[in-house]
Design a binder for this molecule. Structure first.
Ligand SMILES: C[S@@+](CC[C@H](N)C(=O)[O-])C[C@H]1O[C@@H](n2cnc3c(N)ncnc32)[C@H](O)[C@@H]1O
Length: 254
């Protein structure tokens, strides 16, 4: 089923579902797939009391970069769920390598259905996953149901710039959503443009190299890998020019 999922493909910047079987190969050199574990850990430690006691849910955890680093640095327990079995296998390997196997649980699953089973967490993380859970309204609504009344939400998303016509909600629209759903903004951290440019260039180099390898192995699908390089570059350009990446720490207003 995952092999035909357009939202899954889009969450990894693939224009076509035909690319899904190759994503693991294309992204093999990267561990972090969007969110910055360092930034999230800093926010958790700064704003949440006794963070080592937290029970954390990391939805669409990718290869586990956030889950494993949070467990390792903060010392809390984390459950990560992702739809791609290769990514979950990689995450489990990393948990072992970093000696946090006992703090981390990883499961393969589609978060759109699994989320209804996940409840009473102290913190839910939803990092760099786009619209897999729907609009910002739908996303906040379902994320809220996974946490206790005292719980926190950490989201990595983006603000659309007022001057540009993008699908992304502007900051003002995001703030309206938070208000309407009774959620308070504790901190927002926008992406530093220089850091972003450096990271984009580095990641793009790895992806282009892997895409070129695939073009040699599967010349009949060269157009597919070229389209991946192109959509990755377009996403980098969009992130640098049209939208502003942002990490939001939120708390339900009681
Ligand atoms: C850009 S990556 C972000 C991964 C991770 N949060 C990080 O920041 O490193 C998006 C992730 O969403 C996952 N994904 C997309 N649709 C999903 C779904 N319906 N259920 C579970 N995971 C999904 C993809 O497999 C991918 O790992």
């Amino acid at each position: 089923m995952a092999l035909k999922d357009e939202k899954l493909a889009k969450s990894l910047t693939a224009e076509s579902v035909e690319l899904i079987p190759y994503l693991s190969y294309l992204l093999q050199d990267l561990w972090e797939l969007g969110s910055s574990p360092k930034k999230m850990i800093r926010m958790i430690k700064e704003y949440i009391d006794a963070p080592e006691k937290l029970n954390v849910l990391d939805l669409a955890c990718g290869k586990g970069a956030v889950s494993v680093n949070v467990a390792k640095v903060v010392g809390c327990s984390v459950k990560g769920i992702d739809i791609l079995p290769d990514f979950i296998a990689y995450a489990r390997g990393k948990a072992k390598e970093h000696n946090v196997k006992d703090l981390c649980e990883f499961a393969v699953g589609d978060i759109r259905s699994e989320i209804t089973e996940e409840k009473d967490y102290d913190l839910v993380i939803f990092g760099a996953v786009g619209d897999v859970l729907g609009t910002p309204e739908a996303t906040i609504e379902v994320l809220k149901k996974t946490i206790t009344p005292e719980g926190y939400i950490l989201i990595d998303d983006a603000y659309g710039k007022e001057s540009k016509k993008t699908e992304c909600y502007t900051k003002a629209q995001w703030m309206d959503v938070l208000k309407n759903f009774g959620v308070r903004l504790i901190e927002e951290k926008v992406v530093d443009p220089d850091e972003l440019e450096t990271l984009n260039r580095e990641q793009q180099r790895y992806i282009v190299d892997r895409a070129n390898e695939l073009k040699i192995k599967h010349p009949e699908k060269a157009h597919l890998f070229d389209s991946y390089i192109k959509s990755q570059q377009e996403e980098c350009d969009q992130l640098e020019n049209e939208i502003t990446g942002v990490t939001l720490l939120l708390k339900v207003d009681n």
